[in-house]
Design a protein around this ligand. Structure first.
Ligand code: PHE
Length: 340
């Protein structure tokens, strides 16, 4: 049997064909069910066991060589158009179209990079949350209007399972796991049961920031936000902090930046005030630290939260928030040149 195999190995080496059909005939002659190589495999079943190892080895070599040779012959005819209509090599190639990042991703990445330069790292938490992390641990009294059905999407009929209405829930998640110092930002999607309009959507994105350590002061908060505003909107940007109220910060403030469009002179973007609001912030309320077992006598902290849509709309002068969620290619294509 080894002789037969050797003989066929030599024969296969010399195979030649002058057309694809001839190559196919060779495949049938050697490799089809009744082909010569296949017949040897049938014969192989009948040889004594002690010869099987050696013969099997050569038989497999023969099979591979026959397959390779015949495939090679076939391939050599595949691109041959016999002088008929061929490929016009002078035609321009087809260019694979480049995609672009979504404007919200571009701005989110930019925000993350700016805060990374100040030593903030990134953390995240679940979008489906419970009352404790979204409200209770953040000092929302039980009757607070933000818990109202009108704002919060509850999952099924269980009032304890809900879609987070702000990324402040991640503050609680982080404080549970990590003891101070904490210096992190949390980008993420949030949900509010609001009527959809050019200015509001029921799904949007926020970036939350949290800094807890010994001796963190309001001055640290202000300087951090000023640095952010200048990096994001340009070195001439001014900020102003107005007193405000959030249950989880004390004191609380809202931050305006000088209008990016008119530089403060007054236009319809800033409603002729020269200022536009971009975020809420404040010193972490001691009650919030305590509810996460952080000693509020030893540590203080600040927190802030901003809407990515709002910042993106200001930066790119986008007039309608709904554009972010429609995925109209004509809209998205305009962000191809963004680097980040
Ligand atoms: N969570 C607040 C909101 O969604 C923003 C905020 C975050 C305010 C952190 C203060 C501190 O409006």
């Amino acid at each position: 049997m080894l002789d037969k195999i050797n003989h066929l190995v030599e024969e296969v080496k010399e195979l030649a064909a002058s057309s694809a059909e001839e190559a196919e005939q060779l495949r049938i002659k050697y490799l089809s069910k009744k082909g010569q190589v296949s017949q040897l495999f049938d014969e192989f079943k009948t040889i004594p066991n002690e010869q099987k190892r050696e013969v099997g080895k050569y038989l497999n070599i023969l099979k591979t060589q026959a397959l390779d040779k015949i495939n090679e012959l076939k391939a050599s005819f595949e691109n041959d158009t016999h002088g008929e209509v061929g490929t016009d090599l002078t035609l321009p190639g087809s260019v694979a179209e480049l995609g672009s990042r979504h404007p919200l991703s571009i701005v989110r990445n930019e925000i993350v990079e700016i805060f990374a330069r100040l030593g903030f790292n990134v953390a995240d938490g679940p979008e489906i949350e419970d009352d404790h992390h979204v409200f209770e641990a953040l000092n929302f009294p039980p009757e607070h209007p933000a818990r109202d059905m009108q704002d919060t999407f509850f999952i099924a009929t269980n009032p304890d399972v809900l879609l987070r209405t702000h990324t402040s829930s991640v503050q609680v998640r982080v404080m549970e796991k990590q003891k101070p110092p904490v210096r992190a930002i949390f980008p993420g999607r949030v949900f509010r049961n609001e009527a959809i309009s050019a200015r509001a959507h029921c799904i949007f994105h926020q970036v939350e920031g949290l800094y807890i350590d010994e001796n963190v002061s309001f001055a640290d908060l202000k300087q951090t936000l000023l640095y952010f505003a200048k990096e994001m909107f340009g070195a001439d940007t001014k900020i102003r902090l107005r007193p405000s109220y959030f249950p989880f910060t004390e004191p609380s403030a809202e931050m305006d930046i000088s209008c990016t469009l008119c530089g403060g002179k007054g236009c319809n973007v800033c409603k002729y005030t020269g200022w536009v609001e971009i975020l809420g912030c404040g010193m972490v309320d001691p009650a919030v630290l305590e509810s996460s077992d952080i000693d509020s006598k030893a540590y203080t902290g600040f927190a802030f939260g901003m809407g990515i849509e709002r910042i993106t709309m200001l930066k790119y002068q986008i007039k309608d928030i709904r554009l972010f969620f429609e995925n109209d290619k004509r809209f998205l294509d305009q962000f191809k040149s963004a680097q980040i």
